[in-house]
Design a protein around this ligand. Structure first.
Ligand SMILES: [Zn+2]
Length: 317
């Protein structure tokens, strides 16, 4: 059994995406209840997420965009078409705190020697691009965490593995021309964000070959996902030799999730955890930081998170 550092703050439940919106505050309560009631709950240490500073968020986003989001939220919020959701006065503080959760976990790993970190970040982040929000996301939590780790701890090689069922276009964009971050995404083909995440999209310039996109057919099952992971992700990550693995952990591929449209079972999320542990132990001293992305069926989300974190914590299982 291995201990896990979990960064949380109540602000994650204060961002309000609007009536009947699937990206519900209750998602985070469900995740926290699942963790607290899991048989491995004593292996979890809880820590408060801190606020990210605007300078930290500017590692990935423009100052103009950060300031615009702050002002929009302070003015009371509104529906943002690019984000496909509302923002409210708490959305900006929640988004800053969600970024800060990743940074607290990074410090936990590199200052205190933690191997496993997780945060139920909300709003999620992997669609957010430099100048604007997108797909329920305000700031790109995982991309900012990667840049923070590089800047603060002089880490040269980071792998980001994104198993949310949507392509993480914002994360891809942040590292498209960058060989210091290997971005790997497995996602549903021809789904939001459309025309992104094609197999042939592999990065440009210095970053050529450091973006690995694996589109999967709609309705795909556990076996197909695992075969694709073994074939396309495992060799690339082993060859790259990252010093830490960051994970965009989305659970919208669960069979219950109507937004995802896949057929993954709880077993898959435990198997993904085992695969990630093997990759992290090869070169990264077992370091894995996972940040929550999607997952909209509350029962499926709870099962996915429980099996995934359980798979990381119970390393023998
Ligand atoms: Zn998603």
């Amino acid at each position: 059994m291995q201990r896990l550092l979990l960064a949380y703050h109540d602000l994650f439940t204060k961002h309000d995406a609007g009536p009947d919106h699937p990206e519900l505050p209750a998602r985070i309560d469900v995740v926290m209840n699942a963790v607290r009631s899991a048989e491995w709950n004593e292996m979890v240490e809880f820590v408060d997420a801190r606020d990210a500073t605007p300078e930290e968020v500017a590692l990935v986003h423009s100052e103009r965009y950060i300031d615009a989001m702050r002002r929009l939220c302070e003015a009371g919020g509104e529906y943002l078409p690019a984000m496909e959701s509302n923002i409210n006065p708490e959305s900006f503080p929640a988004a800053m705190r969600a970024v800060g959760a990743g940074l607290v976990l990074a410090d936990g790993v590199f200052k205190e020697g933690w191997k496993l970190g997780f945060a139920p970040t909300r709003p999620p982040g992997h669609h957010a691009i430099k100048e604007r929000p997108m797909g329920f996301c305000i700031f790109n939590n995982i991309a900012i965490t990667a840049r923070y780790i590089q800047n603060t701890y002089s880490i040269k090689r980071i792998a980001i593995i994104d198993f949310d069922i949507h392509h993480g276009n914002g994360t891809e964009e942040a590292f498209w021309r960058d060989e210091t971050v290997l971005y790997c995404s497995l996602h549903r083909d021809n789904h939001f964000p459309y025309n992104k995440g094609r197999r042939a999209d592999t990065g440009e310039g210095e970053g050529e070959g450091y973006t690995i996109n694996v589109p999967l057919p709609a309705g795909c099952d556990d076996e197909t996902f695992l075969e694709a992971f073994d074939r396309y992700i495992t060799p690339e990550v082993l060859n790259y030799g990252p010093e830490i693995i960051l994970v965009s952990a989305g659970f919208d591929g669960h069979w219950r999730d109507i937004i995802g449209g896949m057929r993954f079972t709880g077993d898959l999320y435990e198997k993904i955890a085992k695969n990630l542990l093997a990759l992290a132990e090869a070169n990264a001293e077992g370091r894995i930081i996972s940040l929550l992305e999607g997952g909209y069926d509350l029962i499926g989300l709870a099962e996915g998170v429980t099996r995934y974190l359980g798979g990381l914590i119970d390393e023998q299982g």
